[in-house]
Every structure is written in C-alpha cells, then in structure tokens.
Design a protein around this ligand. Structure first.
Ligand code: SF4
Length: 346
C-alpha cells in the first residue's frame, strides 16, 4: 500500500487523525511543530514521540518535501531563486529577497497562468495546473529554519507564478497553515496576496477573515491600455476593481498596494501619471511603481531611470505613499514577470 504524505493533511485533519486514534491532543501539537516549524522530512526525527507512535504512523504515512532542483544567487543583490520540482514533473519558482532588516519570500500558486499578461513570462507558459496547499507551503519549508534563525522580519508575497485568486481554496488553506502558531506563526499583515484583478476573488478573500494584505496589479489608467497589457484581467472595469480594493482596505483597516509596472511609451506619459494620481487620490492605497524587467520575446521596453523618477514625482503629490520598486535578481531572471519553468521530461 502506498503511504500517504502527512503534509497533505490540513492542520485540522492532522488533529482529527491524532484524536480519532484516542491519542492526547498534545501529540498533535508536537507533530505539527515537527512538520512545519522544524521542517523535518522523516517521522524518525520526531524524537519526542514514542517509538511505537512513530512506527504506527510510519506504517501509513511518510513526509514528502518539495525538492529544490536548482538554486541561483544574484551577483547584483544576493537574491536567491529556487526551482522546485513537483511530484508530477512540473516545476515552480520562488524567490528569496534579502534586505537590511527583512527577508521577503515571493511564492507561486500555479504552474503557469491563465491570464497571459503580455509583460509576463509566466503568462507565456500558458496554464498547467493549480498548486495544492502543501505545494504552496512546501516552497517555504526548506528555507524556513535558515530564515527564522536570522531573526529578521519575514514577509511572504504571493507574486510568483500564477494568479493566486484563481487558486483561492488552496491559497487560503496554505495561509491558515502559515499563520498557525504551531506552524510558521506568521501574522496576516506579513502576507501579501497580489492579484491581476479577479473581482470575485477579492471579495471572497475578504470574506475568509484571514486579514492578509492585498496588492492589485493595475498597470494602466485607461481601459484601452489595460486591455492591451492584460487582455483577460482587463475584462473587469478599472472602476469596479478599485471599488473592490477600497472595500477590502476598509474591511481590514490597511492600505491596498496598487502595483504599476512601468513600460516605456506605453503607460509612462505625463497624462498617465496625472490620471493615476487622480484615480487613487484620497483612497486607502499606496502605489508601487515597478520599472519593467525586459523578458525574451515581449517586444516591450524598460523606461530609463530618469523617466521612472519623473513619473513617480508626478504621481506623488496626489497619493500619500508612492514607492519605486526596482526588482531584485534581474541577472538570474528572478525579477517581477520573469519567472518561467518547463516540465521535466522522461
Ligand atoms: S502577471 Fe501574474 S496574472 Fe499576469 S500572467 Fe503573469 S502570473 Fe499571471
């Protein structure tokens, strides 16, 4: 009989497994800590469980982690990109970005993406499949003890491969695990979900009560330009998207980040800057301008630094918080919009 993967169980399912066997609940807490906080890959390493319990569980379960097939380190800024091979041969990438006092881990939720934004290499892969909750959490676990021991503030951002709100049930289950005090004990304000604009998903995410932060990838100030850049996501009008983002911010009392990938001669004019400022004026937003990272075959150009600064200065008087985020790891294709994988053959 093939053994089941213990990490495929949600934490409530794990608790039921233990208590249904008549075992005390503290056994559940011990196992959850070994699985997530300590990230062990074998029942044998759960040394505070009795040998008989380890053998009993081991006859039915094993622990399978994701395999890091490749780790690349940027010479420019120390960003690390990880390629995780999944059990069916598919693969996803995650990116760990160091800063002076914090670590940011950018996670994937899908293999590929249905949305096909023209500036994004993941979109060009097409959609392969959704990740399961254990595959989302599994991108953190091999790195978790390294990160935790640095004692830096750790932020998780769902800005990797895929549209997180198209895989909402798995995303929510994964977030609940990450936020559980027995697992990674992360608070909602350290997790950001970035969407290209899935209206129903924004509302459903709000209704989960998770309280994670929201980022909306807007990238345009007119319907025409948004339709050109994000043809599928642009089916929802800008006005409705911003209303949903405002509703989310009001519900959780935190600003929604508006992301704006700046592309030369497409959305970087003086009029764009003023329109963007007007659209967001007085709202519960902060604006993150992301200079485009060139990707193979897109035919799109990056703006130069002066153009970026000018654009930000034009937006700023009307919006309370405007930042420019120069993407990290461009030399290892780890920057925004550059993630891309292929399936293993054979
Ligand atoms: S930018 Fe995000 S939503 Fe758009 S294609 Fe890429 S991964 Fe999908």
């Amino acid at each position: 009989m093939e053994k089941k993967d213990l990490r495929r169980l949600t934490l409530p399912e794990l608790r039921d497994l233990i208590t249904d066997r008549g075992l005390p609940e503290y056994r559940y807490r011990q196992i959850a800590r070994w699985l997530y906080d300590k990230g062990v890959e074998s029942l044998a390493r759960m040394t505070d469980l009795s040998l008989s319990l380890r053998e009993e569980l081991g006859s039915e379960f094993e622990i399978r982690g994701l395999t890091i097939e490749e780790e690349r380190i940027s010479r420019i800024d120390g960003t690390r990109k990880f390629l995780f091979r999944l059990s069916d041969g598919e693969a996803v990438e995650s990116v760990l970005m160091p800063a002076e006092r914090r670590m940011t881990l950018c996670l994937s939720t899908q293999v590929g993406c249905t949305l096909d934004c023209i500036f994004c290499q993941t979109g060009r892969m097409g959609f392969r499949r959704n990740l399961e909750p254990h595959e989302i959490v599994g991108q953190i676990l091999p790195l978790w003890t390294r990160i935790r021991d640095l004692r830096l503030r750790t932020n998780l951002v769902f800005m990797g491969m895929g549209e997180p709100l198209h895989n909402l049930p798995a995303l929510v289950t994964a977030c609940r695990t990450m936020m559980d005090p027995l697992a990674l004990n992360l608070s909602g304000n350290r997790i950001t979900v970035s969407t290209a604009g899935v209206l129903s998903g924004i509302r459903r995410l709000a209704d989960t009560g998770l309280g994670v932060r929201l980022a909306l990838s807007l990238n345009a100030t007119t319907e025409e330009v948004r339709a050109r850049l994000m043809p599928k996501a642009a089916r929802t009008p800008l006005r409705e998207l911003l209303a949903a983002a405002r509703g989310y911010a009001e519900r959780y009392g935190s600003r929604v980040t508006i992301e704006y990938v700046l592309l030369r001669r497409i959305n970087d004019t003086e009029e764009d800057a003023r329109r963007l400022g007007r659209m967001l004026r007085g709202g519960p937003f902060k604006i993150n301008i992301i200079p485009y990272n060139p990707g193979a075959g897109t035919g799109l150009d990056a703006p130069d630094r002066e153009r970026v600064d000018t654009f930000a200065r034009r937006v700023w008087p009307q919006a309370p918080v405007v930042t420019v985020r120069w993407s990290m790891g461009p030399d290892i294709s780890a920057a925004c919009g550059q993630l891309h994988t292929t399936r293993a053959t054979g």
